[in-house]
Write a protein that binds this ligand. Structure first.
Ligand SMILES: [Zn+2]
Length: 289
């Protein structure tokens, strides 16, 4: 990405971007209060996040194992969801990192979208999906309100592979969730590698939990990673030194090349494993952040 484009998405310089750009966080302050959250891995990139009385779902995928053919590309799903949409309960908002890849929004996931209270995704994805889907550009925020409670949802930049891949892989969003202030609770990276956009998130926000889209996805053969490999996950963990880390999207598809166990092994070798929270499909994990 050219520097000017990056500064634009980073909200640095330029009158238009200054409107939505939050202040840059320069020093870490220990939180005065703690947050409770419960995470339930449904499979692949799909996690139920319960926080602040809200129920959110990342990239909905509920299809049974099978293969998908699009043009010359075949994608093979190897595991089904741990929780079906019927058993999921109400969802206040879906955080859809992108709508155009079958492993992030499969057929059942797409059918589920009208049942969610709100759906947030990229601006171009919102145009494609229509209905009431809301597009958020990087650093744009929205708010969920219910019974006097609020949750801030802020979109973050993402790059779905190495520099220059943007047109081929399309736009992706990550999301920050904030309870007392935007971005103070959870960062969901979406399908991205470690790059300057993720580093910028770390400069601006201090989420207590980072949910990485790991797995070192290699959708075009061995040529490059389209999501974080262990090196990227460790870079990200170091960029958010006070955050707990969860890795998802690291099983269930044949183009995923690094597992949650691989992530744990890498974190252990570098003394980071105490910050890593493993998830088992269908098993809710309650965390105090
Ligand atoms: Zn993708």
């Amino acid at each position: 990405m050219k520097r000017r484009e990056f500064l634009k998405i980073a909200g640095v310089g330029g009158a238009a971007s200054a409107v939505t750009a939050p202040a840059v966080a320069t020093t870490w302050r220990a939180p005065m209060t703690s947050f409770e959250t419960t995470l339930t891995l449904i499979g692949g990139p799909t996690v139920l996040i319960q926080i602040g009385g809200f129920r959110l779902l990342t990239d909905p995928t509920f299809d049974a194992p099978g293969s998908y053919q699009r043009a010359a590309v075949t994608r093979v799903k190897t595991t089904g969801p741990a929780v079906t949409p019927e058993k999921l309960g109400p969802i206040d908002a879906v955080l859809l990192s992108h709508d155009h890849h079958i492993d992030n929004l499969d057929l059942s996931g797409r059918a589920f979208l009208p049942h969610a209270g709100r759906v947030f995704t990229t601006p171009v994805g919102a145009e494609r999906l229509g209905q009431t889907v809301q597009g958020l550009a990087p650093w744009d925020s929205a708010r969920l309100d219910a019974d006097g409670r609020s949750l801030h949802v802020t979109a973050t930049p993402a790059r779905h592979g190495p520099p220059g891949i943007e047109d081929a892989m399309g736009e992706v969003a990550g999301f920050l969730l904030g309870l007392e202030a935007p971005g103070d609770a959870i960062y969901v990276t979406g399908d991205t590698v470690w790059y300057e956009g993720v580093a910028e998130v770390a400069k601006r926000f201090q989420p207590r939990l980072v949910i990485l889209f790991a797995g070192a996805a290699k959708p075009r053969g061995p040529s490059f990673c389209a999501t974080m490999d262990n090196n990227d996950a460790i870079e990200t963990a170091n960029a958010f030194p006070h955050s707990r880390i969860v890795g998802i999207h690291n099983e269930g598809w044949t183009h995923i090349t690094e597992s949650q166990a691989d992530l744990a092994q890498g974190f252990a070798m570098l003394g980071l494993v105490s910050r890593l929270q493993l998830l088992e499909p269908g098993q809710p994990v309650r965390l105090t952040l």
